[in-house]
Design a protein around this ligand. Structure first.
Ligand code: ADP
Ligand code: MG
Length: 493
């Protein structure tokens, strides 16, 4: 793992000597780069995250955590109790299922657990994209779809998977939207996020919604644990490593959770956990303090289905980075003639540019930035020259750098909260932050910026003990493990 002490913006227009294969610069574009340059500089300064900004974000995160633990509604952070107070030990045995409804994708998974010696004997999973119309349909339609995918998947069980006779199949349900948990196997949806606007679910128990849909399909399975993806990731990573205390998701949306002492949660009012600990879900997408925002963020927020909400999520998560970049590029095309005299029509279409495009463009190491050129051509229908491609890359980098560094500051905020609390002193010993989600997994620059910001904030010595590691698809296995831990049948793990 490499930690750089500071990060400096990549110099602009570092034009390589070789111009092999580069189209001749046209007059219009040459004059345009002169006016685009200050626009880019302005974007970079509006998105800048120097150390004082990061420190402020980390401090505010930590303060908001305290306030949210004190009373419900005490801060932007809901600090939701997960009702997960026993974490996997490694001894879990048997066949368990997991469902993961997270945003873009829906996954079903089964796992055969063999206890400490054999661990994970076998897993199988299936992934389907949620049809877009279901994101705007009714609750019944969405849950019927989930139940039918599950029914189909369960039917194909065989081979190494065995269920003892007389038992129901138990499910860990990862549902990654803000839920007010009422027990380990029930929770009320507070609101949809990440572009979902399904009617009739908010205010209802999502486990009941799923149970009713399974009944309609004649599927006899039982939800033993309702968790979100951050909680599932923490449980999944903890199965392998006892030092995992924080989990962060950076996918379509973003969230974080951590292991807290019961007596550090004033709003628990005497509730009891045998372990003395519980996982607290920050719902950190709702965080909003001290974030460097641009006019593009504000306009995107205003046009969103939840204006004024989920500001941290809108600044750092995968659903939005492409759209912020699109808005910045459109502005540069309109006012700085970034792509010449005319403005490509498709660039005006919201969400036409998505975060995987940004990532793909940033991986282009060719002299002529051929990949950048073809993505721009394919996605927004524009012919670009080398200069404009370089500017596009700088725009992508500016947006992802801000996202990664702010996510890093958020992580440090959680560590600070744990560190201030002397009884759970985490500094000075190995502490693992488990990360997952498509953005973290598939955007190398994002990963690097997170780690750089954490190292910058904590300094070289402390950050040596902080391990930020990818827990790939940990949330699926994690949910299945929590179904095992919370099984209704007798067990001794
Ligand atoms: P979800 O958050 O929907 O559960 P994932 O964790 O798989 O699902 O994350 C999917 C998100 O990750 C996408 O919406 C996208 O924003 C982001 N993503 C996927 N692929 C890439 C990529 N190659 N580069 C950057 N971001 C990506
Ligand atoms: Mg997910």
């Amino acid at each position: 793992m490499s930690f750089a002490a500071t990060t400096t913006a990549t110099p602009l227009f570092r034009i390589k000597r070789s111009t092999r294969g580069v189209p001749r610069t046209r007059m219009a574009v040459r004059s345009s780069t002169i006016s685009v340059a200050p626009m880019l500089t302005k974007l970079q300064s509006d998105c800048a995250t120097p150390l004082p900004v990061l420190l402020h974000v980390a401090d505010s995160m930590s303060t908001d955590m305290h306030a949210g633990l004190a009373v419900d509604g005490g801060s932007d952070l809901k600090m939701i109790l997960s009702y997960v107070d026993s974490l996997p030990t490694g001894n879990e045995k048997g066949l368990f299922y997991a469902l993961d409804l997270g945003g873009t994708n829906f996954r079903v998974l089964r796992v055969q657990l063999g206890g400490k010696e054999e661990r994970v004997i076998a897993t199988e999973f299936e992934q389907v994209t949620i049809p877009e119309k279901l994101m705007f349909g009714t609750s019944e339609e969405l849950f019927d779809f989930i139940a039918s995918v599950l029914a189909n998947f369960a039917q194909q069980e065989g081979g190494k998977f065995h269920l003892p006779p007389g038992r129901k199949r138990e499910i860990g349900f990862t549902f990654s939207f803000p839920v007010k948990q009422t027990s380990i196997d029930s929770g009320i949806l507070m609101k949809w996020t990440k572009g979902f606007a399904v009617s009739g679910t908010a205010g209802k128990d999502v486990v009941a919604c799923l149970n009713e849909a399974m009944d309609r399909k004649g599927l006899d399975m039982r939800v033993s644990a309702l968790v979100n993806d951050a909680v599932g990731t923490l449980a999944g990573a903890r199965y392998w490593d006892d030092d995992v205390v924080v989990a962060v998701i950076l996918g379509t949306g973003t969230n974080a959770c951590y292991v807290e002492r019961m007596d550090a949660i004033p709003k628990m009012q005497g509730k009891f956990s045998p372990s003395g600990r519980t996982i607290v879900n920050l719902e950190w997408g709702a965080f909003s303090k001290g974030l460097p925002l641009t006019v593009f963020d504000r306009d995107m927020d205003a046009a969103s289905i939840n204006p004024g909400e989920q500001i941290f999520e809108k600044t750092i998560s995968g659903m939005y980075l492409g759209e912020i970049a699109r808005r910045a590029l459109l502005n540069m095309a309109e006012e700085g003639a970034l792509f010449g005299e005319s403005v490509p029509e498709k660039l005006s279409m919201p969400f036409i540019l998505v975060t995987p495009h940004l990532s793909a463009m940033q991986q282009d190491n060719a002299d002529d930035l051929q990949t950048v050129g073809s993505i721009l051509y394919d996605v927004v229908g524009v012919e670009s020259n080398l200069n404009s491609r370089k500017i596009v890359i700088e725009v992508c980098d500016t947006i992802v750098k801000r996202a990664g560094r702010l996510a890093g500051a958020g992580i440090v905020g959680i560590l600070q909260k744990l560190g201030k609390d002397s009884k759970s002193a985490i500094f000075g010993k190995r502490t693992v932050v488990a990360m997952d989600g498509g953005l973290y997994e598939r955007y190398p620059q994002c990963r690097r910026y997170i780690k750089e910001a954490v190292a910058e904030l904590l300094g070289p010595e402390t950050s040596q003990n902080i391990v930020i590691e990818h827990s790939k698809d940990g949330s699926g296995i994690g949910a299945a493990l929590l179904a095992a831990t919370n099984s209704q049948y007798d067990h001794d793990y």
